[in-house]
Design a protein around this ligand. Structure first.
Ligand code: MBD
Ligand code: FE
Length: 305
């Protein structure tokens, strides 16, 4: 079919729109997507059975609440990051801690404390203990007191509390308010990598295109402070073999901090801590709010549906 014929079909569909009803923005987007879809069907000679299979797959993906995984897995969430980076650069906002995707597993309402938090509601048996600490700063290097550092990560099974009812609610999720010197510190465990539910819709899709659905071990953060742009980011656990092979494309230079390990003897002697531990120093550098740039607080639904 000629493109002109497809364009005529789209024009015919558009002609049924009532100009006094609905949203111009949504009309524009829907018409564009429909046209691009019809072009793709024509160019790739997509068959009716393939369309109905895709409809079933989309239905199941929604039923299983896997769209957040799919959005991460096809690189769409990372692409949105790249577009936000570009929009900020155009407005003169550069440097600072790089943003990277939120992912689908944040839940608001974590227990809050000032300066320090222990993330384990329930002790994680067999885990390597982690202390992570640093400052929240502005891009001139000034510490920001009263900033909120929200942190969340998975347990040794690669599962996130709230989504995984076998853990206490908010296990491995906390909010830490920085102290007078802009400092935060938390005790937790080194998490492991995450894998999409085996046999689920995202896994099926990735298998069908010869990809895997795993992420390197990582820890998520939101950093917010009045008058500053929200930072959404993650760090990766140094040494994970998937660091540059993340199915969600979230790894970025500057987000793989060095881990220092202390033996039981060193922990006792230098820190008076009764077990060996891993330590990460990491400062978050955020930007002042600026007029005329998009709002870095992105509205989206959180938690299990
Ligand atoms: C995760 O833990 C995650 O961070 C992302 C982006 C996708 C799936 C699981
Ligand atoms: Fe995650």
């Amino acid at each position: 079919m000629e493109r002109a014929v497809i364009d005529a079909v789209i024009e015919k569909i558009k002609s049924t729109e009532d100009p006094s009803k609905g949203s111009d923005r949504i009309k524009e987007i829907v018409n564009r997507f429909t046209r691009d879809l019809f072009y793709a069907i024509e160019d790739l000679d997509i068959q009716p059975e393939e369309i109905w299979k895709a409809v079933d797959w989309m239905t199941n993906t929604g039923r299983n609440n896997e769209w957040g995984l799919v959005v991460a897995g096809i690189g769409l969430e990372h692409f949105l990051d790249l577009r936000m980076d570009e929009a900020e650069a155009k407005a003169g906002i550069t440097g600072g801690t790089p943003r990277t995707i939120e992912g689908p597993l944040y839940v608001p309402g974590s227990p809050e404390s000032v300066g320090y938090a222990e993330l384990e509601t329930e002790p994680e048996v067999g885990a390597e203990r982690l202390y992570m600490q640093g400052q929240v700063k502005d891009d001139a290097g000034n510490p920001i007191p009263n900033a909120k550092v929200e942190v969340w990560h998975c347990n040794l099974k690669g599962m996130y509390s709230i989504f995984d009812s076998s853990q206490p609610p908010f296990n491995l999720r906390r909010a830490i308010i920085t102290d007078a010197e802009g400092r935060y510190k938390f005790k937790s465990i080194l998490p492991v990598g995450y894998s999409c539910p085996p046999g689920g819709c995202t896994d099926q899709l990735l298998q069908a295109i010869g990809r895997h659905g795993s992420r390197p071990a990582h820890i998520h953060f939101f950093v917010t402070a009045p008058g500053y742009r929200k930072l959404t980011t993650q760090i990766n656990i140094e040494g994970d073999p998937l660091i540059w092979d993340d199915f969600a494309f979230a790894t970025r230079e500057d987000l793989v901090p060095h881990i220092t390990r202390y033996s039981e003897a060193e922990a006792k002697e230098k820190f008076n801590i009764d077990e060996p531990f891993a330590s990460i120093d990491f400062d978050f550098v955020v930007h002042k709010e600026k007029a005329g740039v998009f709002d870095a607080e992105i509205e989206r639904t959180h938690g299990p549906r």
